[in-house]
Design a protein around this ligand. Structure first.
Ligand code: 13P
Ligand code: SF4
Length: 361
């Protein structure tokens, strides 16, 4: 008789139902209200010694204010870097909760506030610490690499935190020195990294509600209508969509690809909030949203993160006024999460040659 199989299985998490992409209503303003709010926010940022750090997927008014007030609009790696290096005593993070938490992990002495604390992420919700930690404990010989889209508790259990712009490089580096990996939470990004690096990886099975919805067949049909277009894809997308890509990359890498490629037209498979920066940085080029919703969909803007869309001018002004929605993290959790997060920043600053190893950083 065979011995019973004691291999720990990857837990199946049912964290949903999640709001659908495009389901958060767009902000509405009375005549003149938008301009008034923008002026008030700019004034409050000065008065409160605060700087606005916004993700590319947020409302374009927030991105514009960040740009015009010495703040920053970027991907999650660069948001973390900027917040860490800027001297302001308050960081206002417009994005989703894990971005505010990453800012606090890196800057315990600063006040970190967010326009809303309700802005979650399906990847973070799909990887609860109370299930992830025992899973890692069951595989003690594996290096734990987690995506930045996770809670502080999950980061604290990891050896490395990575974002999509650096994930392939970090895992390749670890694999080359013989390490086997636990990867969480995004299964599509995990599979993409595995294919690129050949690393031995156990993949957690969460997904992004926005990127999982892109449809390869519909993108192929669109490409037939625009044969001259390059296809740009974020690696949180499913494998058949990644297979169609001319470039796969983080949000910043997608924006740079549009600038650098000779094509004049692009089909873009990521949140459509990115079009604001893409149009600014590549004037004269045409960007087409990759199809995501099925026939009969009622969303206004289907490829748009329902949580990123919760950041808008009203709640940004209010949080600056009141100082509410501050991020707090248990100090022991923060210190552990900091080790793994700083490894990523050190890797990004120094390159492979100077990376501290697991357990000796
Ligand atoms: P980036 O790090 O590429 O900005 O991705 C963050 C994210 O949440 C994508 O959905
Ligand atoms: Fe999370 Fe997806 Fe929204 Fe990014 S787009 S924050 S991965 S739910």
């Amino acid at each position: 008789m065979n011995a019973p199989d004691t291999t720990p299985a990857i837990p199946v998490i049912d964290a949903g139902p999640f709001p659908s992409p495009g389901s958060t209503p767009l902000p509405e303003y009375a005549p003149g209200e938008r301009e008034e709010l923008i002026a008030r926010i700019k004034q409050l940022l000065k008065e409160k010694d605060a700087v606005l750090v916004a993700h590319y997927y947020t409302d374009q008014d927030l991105q514009m204010i960040a740009d015009e007030t010495g703040g920053h609009v970027s991907d999650s790696l660069d948001m973390a870097r900027f917040g860490n290096e800027h001297p302001a005593s308050t960081l206002v993070v417009a994005g989703v909760r894990f971005m505010g938490e990453t800012a606090k992990i890196l800057n315990p002495e600063k006040r970190v506030i967010m326009p809303t604390l309700k802005a979650e992420c399906s990847l973070d919700l799909g990887c609860p610490a109370d299930q992830f930690i025992p899973f890692c404990d069951a595989w003690p010989d594996r290096t734990v690499v987690v995506y930045a889209n996770t809670s502080a508790e999950v980061k604290a259990r990891s050896d490395w935190v990575v974002t999509s712009s650096i994930a392939v490089d970090v895992v390749r580096h670890l694999s080359e020195r013989g390490e086997k990996i636990i990867w969480a939470p995004d299964r599509h990004l995990g599979r993409y990294i595995q294919t690129e690096t050949g690393a031995d990886m156990l993949l957690w099975q969460a997904g992004c509600v926005v990127h999982e919805a892109f449809k390869a067949t519909a993108i192929e049909n669109l490409k037939r209508l625009h044969p001259e277009a390059a296809i740009l894809v974020h690696p949180e997308s499913p494998e058949p969509v990644i297979a169609l890509a001319d470039v796969v990359g983080s949000t910043t890498q997608i924006i740079k690809a549009a600038q650098n490629l000779p094509n004049k037209t692009f089909i873009v498979a990521t949140d459509n909030g990115i079009f604001y920066k893409m149009k600014q940085s590549s004037p004269g080029k045409t960007f087409i949203e990759a199809p995501s919703a099925g026939e009969g969909a009622t969303c206004e803007s289907c490829a748009h993160c329902p949580w990123m869309a919760m950041n808008e001018l009203h709640n940004l002004a209010e949080v600056l006024e009141t100082g509410a929605n501050e991020i707090h993290i248990d100090e022991e959790v923060r210190r552990k999460a900091l080790v793994a997060t700083e490894r990523m920043l050190a890797f990004s600053r120094a390159g492979k040659q100077h990376v501290p190893g697991k357990g000796n950083a």
